[in-house]
Write a protein that binds this ligand. Structure first.
Ligand code: BES
Ligand code: MN
Ligand code: ZN
Length: 486
């Protein structure tokens, strides 16, 4: 969608969108009599989440869309509601152009730019495989002009949120694609293609290189798959040369059957999005490079497919990870932590970061605990936890901190090896985090974000339709802006 800013409403064919903050509806002034009555008849009160449409017969039948924001809405939230609602309403409505008039709304530049962000994000669809869509089902809206925003809003959109939207879109694409299309090597190829020319350095390790490094935990997961596992390393050097980069590390299980500990058939197709953590890391790299963030950031994706096979690893197998710790694989379906532990060890050996944030669709238990509203955060450092919580609140990718502790850690001691890959059913997300923590070096600030409930949504929101959400990209972009660029 083409988004632009203007000082006055342009001429020409368009649908007009005006916000209503409760009974405050400055955009309706001068549009004619009887509008209040027409809105009342639709039971529209300017409430948050409400919207009403009127066709202006005195203006060639122009469509007027009034979007309710509630009387006391915070600008950032109201902005998302506004941009998202107008796109949800108009995307396939037959309208080609929309003009949104913010006059009288007191949005600051950031809020006005966030309207554009939400509109862009809400317009994303994945129609690649829908060859029989009827014309009426296809999107028609191609442009949005925002009028009445502060002068700096356009630059805020162009320099910050436009590239953020591009990053979120890449993540959604990677997540939405099926596993016969996106597997470790094609994930890498898609990232190279979509980030071409941004100045990100790519390094890719295949199974041979990883075997030489002793990455037995990650490779054990990949053992049953005909696809070659990949460790994708993306470096963005936008900060001072020599400044230690922050590391983002994503779980990229391009399909998780469970392996020999195979999952039930019902719903297994959703495990195509078990690479949502890696997808978020890739999207975040695209976003921060796209806006030339003044920070050094390394994004790492551990990419494998978890399949049952005559050559697959078995429950009870003992594998040796890159840092020498031995792992008893009790359940081959607890594979994400096996991928992450070697990716983290590689990062510590090669990047030597002070801070690591990993993202993973790691446990069903996390979905049970937090539902689909917040990601779970585990951290060994209160300062980092606070920064990520703040970035979550500011960006809309919300996080809730979960505990770590010695008593949980004891639950993953193994009778035969140094550690086992599952604990008891209870506290399953916490013991998964404890497992990862055993691979985090002394002195490294680390946070683990379990985003199992957030990568995919069965219902639409202000910023996405049903399907891939792109969760984590806005969070990481905000964290980089707030913490690494200061
Ligand atoms: N990818 C799954 C976790 C998951 C489940 C994500 C549902 C999103 C929705 C992960 O690899 C997994 O299978 N975890 C197991 C761990 C168990 C075997 C200890 C789980 O959560 O059941
Ligand atoms: Mn699994
Ligand atoms: Zn998994």
């Amino acid at each position: 969608m083409q988004i632009s800013f203007a000082s006055v409403r342009p001429a020409g064919d368009h649908a007009l969108v005006v916000p209503a903050a409760g009974t405050q509806r400055p955009g309706l002034a001068g549009l004619g009599d009887g509008l209040d009555g027409a809105l009342r008849r639709q039971r529209f009160e300017g409430e948050a989440g409400g919207a009403a449409e009127i066709f202006l017969t005195n203006d060639g039948g122009r469509r007027l869309l009034v979007v309710g924001l509630g009387a006391n809405a915070k600008p950032a939230e109201a902005a998302e509601k506004l941009g998202g609602t107008l796109v949800a309403r108009l995307l396939t409505s037959g309208e080609t152009n929309a003009v949104l008039d913010l006059t009288g709304l007191n949005f600051d530049a950031d809020a006005a730019a966030k309207v554009a962000l939400a509109a862009q994000l809400r317009s994303w669809r994945h129609d690649r495989y829908r060859t029989t869509l009827k014309d009426k089902q296809k999107p028609t809206l191609t442009s949005l002009t925002i009028v009445g925003a502060p002068a700096e809003a356009e630059a805020r959109w162009a320099n910050r949120y436009a590239s953020l939207a591009g990053g979120v879109e890449l993540t959604r694409e990677l997540v939405a694609e099926p596993a016969n299309i996106i597997y470790p090597e094609s994930f890498v190829a898609r990232c190279r293609d979509q980030m071409d020319g941004l100045g990100i350095e790519f390094e890719v390790l295949g199974e041979k290189e990883m075997a030489d490094l002793g990455m037995g935990a990650l490779l054990g997961v990949s053992q049953g798959s005909v696809r070659d596992a990949q460790l994708l390393v993306m470096r963005w050097n936008g900060g001072e040369p020599g400044d230690t980069p922050v590391c983002f590390i994503g779980k990229g299980v391009t399909f998780d059957t469970g392996g020999i500990s195979i999952k039930p058939a019902a719903g297994m197709e959703s495990m195509k999005w078990d690479m949502g953590g890696a997808g978020a890391v890739a999207g975040a790299m695209k976003a921060i490079a796209g806006r030339k963030a003044k920070a050094n950031v390394v994004g790492i994706c551990g990419l494998v497919e978890n399949m049952p096979d005559g050559n697959a690893q078995r429950p009870g197998d003992v594998v040796t990870s890159m840092n020498g710790q031995t792992i008893e694989v009790i359940n081959t379906d607890a594979e994400g932590r096996l991928v992450l532990c070697d990716a983290i060890t590689w990062a510590q050996a090669n990047i030597k970061p002070n801070t690591i944030v990993d993202l993973a669709t790691l446990t069903g238990a996390m979905v049970v605990a937090l539902g689909h509203e917040m990601g779970g955060m585990f951290a060994n450092d209160d300062g980092l936890a606070g920064q990520l919580s703040a970035a979550g609140a500011a960006s809309g990718d919300k996080l809730w901190r979960m505990p770590l502790g010695e008593a949980y850690d004891r639950l993953i001691d193994s009778p035969i090896a140094d550690i086992k890959n599952v604990g008891p059913r209870e506290g399953g997300s916490i013991t998964a985090a404890q497992f990862i923590q055993r691979f985090v070096d002394e002195g490294v600030k680390w946070a683990h974000l379990d985003i199992a409930g957030m990568a995919w949504s069965d219902k639409p929101s202000n910023t996405y339709d049903k399907g891939a959400t792109g969760f984590g990209v806005r969070l990481l972009d905000q964290y980089v802006a707030d913490v690494c660029e200061k």
